[in-house]
Design a protein around this ligand. Structure first.
Ligand code: NAD
Length: 333
């Protein structure tokens, strides 16, 4: 069993609730943790810190590490003893996963299965033993595969087109099976995010790459014709969904977290060009196996079940991400 490196903090002074955030060194997990700390809650963050190069991991962790209500546990969810870190937690926000559609084919798959499926199973078992009240699972629109025209509701039959999508479907359904198994276990809300973007977005994701290309002038290769459409969700909306899911009165639910608005890759590139004042140079290549043509969320159920309503339009969210990128100064303006 791998030793976890725990940095103890003094939790005696605050009256906030205590939570666990997995994947806290990542894009979405770091934002969830920050918003919980900003409310006055305590957060134990768990991450093996291997998902990103060390500089990005350190940058994401720095957002929370200065707070004395934050405890960092460095360890692999599939290896470490989880109970010591889950005991006393009200809610576990499970954002850890191995992301990325294209690299999930071939030799990489066992790593996906381990981080996305096995780790979720072990986390749910430990959460039940520790009396955790609620687990909020970060799931993905990739569970749908090729969706019909128009917004896709949660009742649409999942048919993932990539090994990654299969592991995300397995993870959310595992969590729900655990929730339904015994009434003493944690209740579960799984959030099927539709492409999340904003400050600290993973550098491999489309909007990060469009901004980097605009600012550097280096061409970006688009796989396919660029007419594929995405429902882009700003990080603040995804975080609000997590906070709403924490206290929603449900036993086991899956909801879409998107905006209901879709934008083509070409139009997104144009918008990035307008916001940065520099056009994005594009080149085109073949589409990739596992890529979904369009994504489009029906958020009716999310509004009914957890009271989620998206608030940030793409142009405003892009402006925030561009401003953050320029502040970091690691891409020459
Ligand atoms: P990210 O890679 O930035 O963050 C994931 C974090 O999990 C990383 O810091 C990584 O080190 C950690 N991790 C992975 N496996 C682990 C393990 N076995 N033990 C401990 N830590 C581990 O990714 P993200 O974009 O922040 O995504 C967060 C979650 O949201 C993931 O579950 C992802 O599948 C889901 N999701 C993200 C998007 C999106 O647009 N970013 C869309 C749909 C779903």
């Amino acid at each position: 069993m791998e030793a976890a490196n725990t940095i103890p903090v003094n939790v005696a002074e605050s009256r906030g609730r205590s939570h666990v955030v997995t994947g806290v060194a990542g894009f979405i997990g770091s934002h969830i943790a920050r918003s919980l700390l900003d409310r006055g809650d305590h957060v134990v963050g768990i991450d093996h810190c291997a998902g990103h190069p060390p500089g990005i991991t350190a940058r994401n962790l720095a957002v929370n590490e200065g707070c004395d209500r934050f405890t960092m546990v460095r360890g692999d969810l599939a290896e470490i003893a989880l109970e010591p870190h889950l005991r006393g937690a009200d809610t576990v926000f499970h954002a850890a996963a191995r992301p990325g559609v294209r690299t999930s084919w071939g030799a990489e798959f066992p790593g996906y299965a381990r981080s996305n499926i096995v780790a979720t199973h072990l986390l749910m078992e430990a959460a039940a033993r520790c009396g955790v009240r609620r687990v909020v699972v970060s799931s993905s629109s990739s569970v749908y595969g090729g969706a019909p025209d128009g917004p896709v509701p949660e009742t649409h039959l999942p048919a993932p087109l990539s090994p990654y999508g299969v592991t995300k479907l397995a993870a959310e359904q595992l969590a729900i099976a655990h929730a339904l198994r015994e009434m003493t276990g944690p209740t579960v809300v799984a959030l099927r995010y539709f492409t999340v973007y904003g400050p600290r977005q993973r550098p491999d994701m489309l909007i990060s790459r469009l901004i980097a290309s605009a600012l550097s002038g280096r061409p970006l290769t688009v796989n396919g014709d660029g007419k594929q459409r995405r429902d882009f969700t700003f990080i603040a909306d995804a975080v609000r969904a997590n906070l709403a899911a924490m206290d929603a009165d449900v036993e086991a639910e899956v909801v879409n977290i998107g905006t209901g608005v879709t934008t083509s890759v070409l139009d997104t590139a144009d918008l990035v060009g307008e916001v940065t004042g520099r056009p994005v140079p594009l080149t085109f290549a073949e589409g990739q196996a596992g890529d979904v043509r369009d994504t489009h969320a029906d958020t009716t159920r999310a509004e009914a079940v957890i009271g989620y309503r998206p608030a940030v339009e793409l142009r405003d969210g892009l402006s925030a991400q561009v401003a953050w990128t320029l502040r970091r100064r690691d891409v020459a303006p």
